[in-house]
Ligand binder design. Structure first.
Ligand SMILES: [Zn+2]
Ligand SMILES: [Zn+2]
Length: 293
């Protein structure tokens, strides 16, 4: 029998090991598209590593992904990934946290990238009020709002969907969007609102994209929101390497984990998983205008 403190230590070590361990492969679910991931942050920074991530995803039915930029360096990675691999498409923008990086120079470069044929959306942009009070590196709300307005206009100019990041900023975000005039296609990435915000977004014609958070034990209200979204307005994403779905919360996330979340959505909406995957995949291909596969 080990001493009590040894047991505690080995429990801690086991927990730590588990946190680094990738979740097992889910049962394949064909036809899915990962509507929002970060390939570079998942380790995909050259053609070979991107191919490995996408091979893994494709093996469980996730045939295409949209890789999303946070800052200028990331935006260049995202466009490069989309050029390296035909299964990857890009979205470019400055994340609200990095809104202070928007200058004449970066604006020009972002607009050029946004017009690239393999860039399918402008994002992620929006408002993040969670980090403004918790990180010195986070742009203040007024700077975020100005950058958000610029990105809304950019999406309209290039005629591509606007992909929105919203953390604890529901009211301001929806107000700015309404005041500026929303682009034709708006995607609320990693939707995290309650049923009222969901209904307001649905009524405005926005698309709601659900991440692994919808599977979390404390997310009952989010599951209600996921239930009321019409078939044509729902997407599924990993936001990898973050937000790994239950029961693997805290472990590294990648696009191959998408079927776990798609199955949760199927369960919440009371439909067959294969049918749900078809709806989710078809929506992504239509909204991002991806070539059919
Ligand atoms: Zn985000
Ligand atoms: Zn993201």
């Amino acid at each position: 029998m080990p001493a009590a403190h040894e047991e505690t230590l080995s429990n801690k070590a086991a927990k730590k090991r588990r946190r680094r361990e990738p979740p097992p492969d889910p049962q394949p679910l064909p036809g899915l598209v990962d509507a929002h991931t970060h390939l570079a942050a998942c380790g995909g920074r050259d053609a070979e590593s991107v191919r490995a991530i996408l091979d893994h995803a494709e093996a469980v039915g996730v045939g295409q992904v949209v890789t999303v930029a946070d800052d200028m360096v990331d935006a260049r990675w995202a466009v490069a990934a989309a050029e390296w691999d035909s299964r990857a498409y890009a979205a470019v923008a400055l994340h609200p946290m990095h809104a202070s990086d928007l200058t004449d120079e970066t604006a020009t470069e972002l607009e050029e990238m946004a017009r690239h044929p393999r860039v399918v959306a402008v994002g992620e942009t929006g408002l993040d009020y969670y980090w403004t009070t918790r990180s010195d590196d986070c742009a203040p709300p007024d700077v975020q709002a100005a950058a958000f307005r610029w990105h809304i206009d950019l999406a309209k100019r290039v005629g591509k969907p606007l992909m929105i990041h919203n953390r604890e900023a529901d009211r301001d975000l929806l107000d700015i969007l309404a005041a500026e005039g929303a682009p034709e296609s708006v995607i609320m990435h990693c939707f995290s609102g309650d049923r009222n915000v969901a209904q307001e977004c649905v009524d405005a014609g926005y698309t709601l994209s659900f991440a692994g958070t919808v599977s979390f034990a404390n997310a009952a209200e989010l599951r209600v929101a996921a239930e009321i979204v019409p078939d044509e307005q729902i997407l599924v994403e990993t936001d990898a390497p973050f937000l790994t779905p239950d029961p693997y919360r805290g472990q590294p996330n990648q696009s191959y984990c998408l079927p776990y979340t798609a199955r949760v959505l199927a369960e919440v909406r009371g439909v067959d998983a294969l049918a749900m995957a078809r709806v989710l995949g078809d929506n992504a291909r239509r909204i991002y205008r991806l070539p059919l596969q």
